[in-house]
Design a protein around this ligand. Structure first.
Ligand code: MG
Length: 319
């Protein structure tokens, strides 16, 4: 019994030894795992290094393939959109814009003169550029020409240009009669005429100075469709002007420069329509002036064809 209390000592010894061994084993297993981490980091560094080397390789100037020389000939460059032509070293080779002497503005007393490249449709002398539609046929106009202007002779018929035009700038001056009866000649009855642009309708000519009517029928209105943006009308008896810009629709096979037809109109220098879209209208236009039974007068009429950029340019000056 004396040594009975020590009978578990061997077991405790064995247990402690076993636990110690297990702890050492675990520690040993853990150690390589911890060592793996820096190994992984090392691997990551090892991966980065070649990446950095690759970056250096990219920055190094690559062997450039020889570019074919740019063709700066007009034929080649005109195939490109206008903002892509004659770039870089070729910029001084671009055709120079055609020189045009600008118009001299008219005064109330005297018509001005057209720009140097204008096609003059009335120079104050005759109506040889116009024809009159009468009984479904055309004849020489019966309107009155005097003192540098011509005047509608009622019931003789509207007049039209013999020539047709593509995209163009049109200048027309007109004057409303003063001899109207303010009580009888109201609205559409006061100084009615019109500018016909075939395919684009009528731009109304009317005395719209303190004379009310439906807005899309007043002076500058696109008749029965769109009123002018503002009423810029002068008094009857004063000369007024329309400047009309027509751009016909263009359709090309590659579609690169396609566009719709548009019209812009200025009345006495004031914009009354800007860039109105007329869809696919591409037929050349005639210009007409309306016989609406009122003695409206016209003078200083001219038209300038509008060409594409570079189309009419001249070669660069010789060096
Ligand atoms: Mg009219």
């Amino acid at each position: 019994m004396k040594y009975q209390r020590f009978r578990f000592v061997p077991f405790i010894f064995v247990l402690l030894t076993s636990l110690t061994f297990s702890a050492i084993t675990l520690a040993a297993e853990k150690k390589p795992a911890e060592e793996k981490k820096p190994a992984a980091e090392k691997k990551s560094d090892a991966e980065k290094k070649p990446a950095a080397e690759k970056k250096d390789a990219k920055e190094a100037p690559p062997a450039e393939p020889e570019k074919p020389p740019v063709d700066y000939s007009r034929e080649a460059q005109m195939k490109l959109p206008a903002d892509k032509r004659w770039k870089g070293e070729g910029e001084m080779l671009r055709p120079r814009p055609k020189v045009v002497t600008p118009p001299v503005a008219s005064t109330q007393e005297k018509p001005g003169s057209p720009p140097s490249d204008a096609i003059v449709l009335f120079d104050g002398k005759d109506l040889s550029k116009w024809q009159q539609r009468y009984a479904k046929e055309y004849r020489d106009p019966k309107w009155k020409v005097e003192n540098g202007y011509f005047e509608v002779v009622k019931n003789t018929g509207s007049i039209y240009t013999k020539e047709k035009f593509g995209s163009c700038q049109i200048h027309i001056e007109w004057r409303s009669p003063t001899d109207f009866d303010p009580e009888r000649d109201k609205g559409q009855k006061r100084g009615n005429s019109g500018v016909f642009i075939s395919g684009f309708g009528e731009i109304q000519v009317l005395n719209s100075y303190e004379n009310d009517t439906y807005p899309h029928g007043q002076a500058g209105g696109l008749y029965r469709r769109i009123p002018p943006l503002v009423n810029a009308c002068r008094k009857p008896g004063e000369w007024q002007s329309y400047d009309i810009l027509i751009e016909l629709a263009r359709k090309e096979k590659d579609g690169q420069n396609n566009r719709d037809a548009i019209m812009t109109v200025l009345h006495n220098g004031v914009v009354i329509h800007h860039g109105r879209n007329y869809g696919g209208r591409s037929d050349p236009i005639t210009i007409g002036l309306q016989d609406h039974y009122r003695p409206v007068r016209f003078r200083n009429i001219w038209v300038r064809p509008i060409k594409d950029y570079d189309e009419e340019g001249t070669d660069p000056p010789a060096e």
